[in-house]
Design a protein around this ligand. Structure first.
Ligand code: ADP
Ligand code: MG
Length: 251
């Protein structure tokens, strides 16, 4: 296999809150078009790790390179303007959908491209309709967020992130706030993105999704990356006792 340059390159990433060390020196690479699923107990540092990957948290030390830029190095972050530019290339979807409640679905999607990418209104709307088609919500273009189900809101949130034309998508428990019957429609959209070659880092407890879609499953525990490998290895023959304990508890 031809070695590509990683699109995410992390070395020695450390982060504390006060004297609580949350990330203990993480080394990790993500290759273009890889789908990485991050699992591990609550409080193990999964969200903090993702947030360090798009500059929502400032690492204390170590190096984070993403999309060919050094986001942080030795506790120094990119300056604000460059950081904002880089964030455009790294889409993030959260557990809580965070749509703008006073904007219609299509306005939620077009506001970023118009204000940040400088796309014209009609062009942004045309792009938004393509994305709404992709997430199966063309008919909701002019609906307000409050009228949508959780699964629909999350699909709009994904479309909104995609509208910035990111090179990497980060998902932090995107289905954890949803009623069980709505989880599938969101996972379906994420599977579609994966099949189109989007580079994705996904924190989730949806192990069937991980088995089916992940190229690499990463197990975090206590602020460290304790094990990483293809899903068939991690789920059937993990090396670490802590991985076995975690999987036994959730499966
Ligand atoms: P996970 O996503 O795996 O549940 P988090 O990254 O959210 O873990 O949290 C890891 C640890 O860091 C937890 O002990 C949490 O309480 C702590 N933590 C996270 N964010 C903050 C913060 N902003 N201030 C203080 N502690 C935090
Ligand atoms: Mg979390």
């Amino acid at each position: 296999m031809k070695m590509q340059k990683p699109i995410v390159h992390i070395r020695g990433l450390r982060k504390s809150f006060g004297d609580h060390v949350v990330l203990h020196g993480i080394d990790f690479d993500v290759q273009p078009s890889q789908v990485v699923v991050i699992i591990g107990p609550s409080g193990s540092g999964k969200s903090t790790f993702l947030r360090c990957c798009n500059g929502l948290e400032q690492p204390d030390s170590g190096r984070v390179e993403i999309c060919g830029h050094t986001l942080s190095d030795g506790g120094q972050m990119l300056a604000d303007q460059a950081l904002n530019h880089l964030r455009e290339q790294v889409g993030m979807v959260f557990q809580s959908f965070n749509l703008f409640p006073h904007l219609s679905v299509i306005d939620n999607i077009t506001v970023g491209p118009r204000k940040v990418r400088g796309v014209s209104g009609p062009q942004a709307e045309a792009e938004a309709m393509v994305l709404l088609d992709k997430v199966g919500l063309v008919q909701k273009a002019h609906a307000m967020p409050a009228s949508l189900s959780g699964g629909q809101k999350q699909r709009v949130a994904i479309a909104r992130a995609l509208a910035m034309q990111p090179q990497v998508m980060l998902f932090d428990e995107p289905t954890s706030a949803l009623d069980p019957e709505l989880v599938g429609e969101v996972l379906q959209v994420m599977k579609l993105l994966a099949s189109e070659g989007m580079t994705m880092m996904v924190v989730t407890h949806e192990m069937d999704f991980a088995r089916e879609v992940a190229d690499v499953v990463v197990v975090m525990d206590g602020g460290a990356l304790i094990e990483a490998g293809p899903p068939d290895i991690i789920f059937t023959n993990p090396k670490q006792a802590r991985t076995r304990d975690f999987l036994r508890a959730i499966l």
